[in-house]
Structures are given as C-alpha cells and as structure tokens.
Design a protein. Structure first.
Length: 148
C-alpha cells in the first residue's frame, strides 16, 4: 500500500482553508478521502417548528420532495428546505449523494444494505432502519455511485 504525505500549513495570512490534492493516479482510498471532504464542505438550511438550523451534509440521510416541498431527513428528525431537489442535486453531485427516484436523493454513506425487489427495483435500508425504493430509471447511477 502506498503511503500518503499530509502537509498542514497554518498561518494568519490565510482568510479561509484551502485543500489541494496532488496525486499521480486516483485510487479508492484517495477518492474516499476527497468525498469525505466534499461532504463536510456543504450544508443545507432546514426549518423545523419555525426555527432555522444549518444541517451538515454528513448528518443528512436523504432529501425527499412531496407536493412541491423539499424535506431533509436526519437520523431522527425532519426539516423543510427552501431549495428544490434539482438545485440540491446540482450542489451535492460530487458528494456521496445520488438520486434514487424522481422525488428522493440519498446519502450513500448512510446506507446499511441494498436488496433487489421485483420489477428491476431495489430497496435501500438506511442506518436508522428506514427503507427507500430505488426506481429502475435511477438504478444505473446508483449502482455506479454505490460501487455495485
């Protein structure tokens, strides 16, 4: 296994953190590290009971759109989000999220298991026990992102 060099430069002259990755060939380990960084760079504002909270992507299990409203699902909480599903999909396309149906985008880091169903669909079981259906139209993208 190849080693990896980590260089951290801390100085008052930097106004914001900057991460630069220098590599020969991208391998799975490096891709995983980069995805983890992307996951922590973006957050979503969610509203619950009139209170707005910043929700880091790493805590989000999935996004769901119902009746032209977008909801953000955490392990045990649900928030409403002002963004449309397609806007979220554009923002988080390079993170560990993938659309699994017309109305749902899931965080693949929160998946516990996946199993095939009838009619070329799959069932995704999340770490919190929730089950989501992966429609056949979105299955190829899901399989590519999930690595199956």
């Amino acid at each position: 296994m190849k080693t990896m060099k980590l260089i951290i430069e801390q100085s008052e002259e930097y106004s914001e953190p900057e991460i630069t990755v220098k590599c020969g060939m991208m391998d799975e380990r490096l891709e995983s590290i980069i995805n983890h960084i992307r996951l922590n760079m973006f957050s979503v504002a969610g509203v619950k009971d009139g209170v707005t909270k910043v929700l880091p992507l790493s805590e989000i299990f999935y996004f769901d759109s119902t009746d032209e409203r977008t909801f953000v699902y955490l392990e045990n909480e649900v928030y409403e989000c002002a963004m449309k599903l397609y806007e979220l999909e554009e923002q988080i396309a390079r993170a560990n999220f993938v659309r699994i149906s017309k109305s749902c985008i899931v965080n693949i880091m929160k998946l516990d298991s996946v199993r095939p169903l009838l009619n070329s669909r799959y069932e995704a079981r999340l770490e919190n026990g929730e089950k989501l259906i992966i429609s056949r139209h979105y299955l190829p993208d899901f399989k590519r992102k999930f690595g199956i």
